[in-house]
Design a protein around this ligand. Sequence first.
Ligand SMILES: [Zn+2]
Length: 221
Amino acid sequence: MGLADITSISPGIKHAEVLLTHSHWDHIGGAADFASVSVFDSPFEVERLKKGWRLEEMVGFSKEFFSAPFPADFFPEVFDIPGVNEFTTFKDQENIDLGNITVQVIHIPGHTPGSACFFIPELGYLFTGDTLYAGPEYLHLPESDWKQYFLSLLKIKELTVNKLKMIFPGHNGFTASQELLDRHILAGYGFIQPASIEQGIDDFGSNTKKYYGDFSLMIPR
Ligand SMILES: [Zn+2]
């Protein structure tokens, strides 16, 4: 999020290879501090990464949401996210060679047009960004497409089947199991067929929020 310079935690980390799942403010905040940054080749992600974010554009930013104290030199009233000038892009199902490990890019439009997750087949690890986590999934944003989102879940399933061992989500917990993916897929099916596992429904501004136990889906009404 860029609340503090995370590269200060270790001298070598500045030269880490930073792969972005998408260009929302809470995922690119520290990107400008790194030497090597890449994002999916899609106009939304590329433009937002170049531009950064001003405070008034950051949907969901509220200082009341923070559970830990702010760093001493952070002032939420004047917070903004710097853009990144130099970065590279990757494409769907590209294999990124990181020396001792290969990371497979899976393009999963839905939350944003150029959202990507990263799969390490050798380990069965999947990094999902904002596409899969416990908690509310933001599918109601102007840049979101909830129908694409459900297709993307099926794509993840297809490309990781029998290999997926652990999910590393973008929010609300460090790990999640494959079962979370399966229940999201079932929830998506409920939007086509009568919902079978839905547990509640709320008005959420001009959107709808449906509950499924430890996660919910926010979609336009
Ligand atoms: Zn996001």
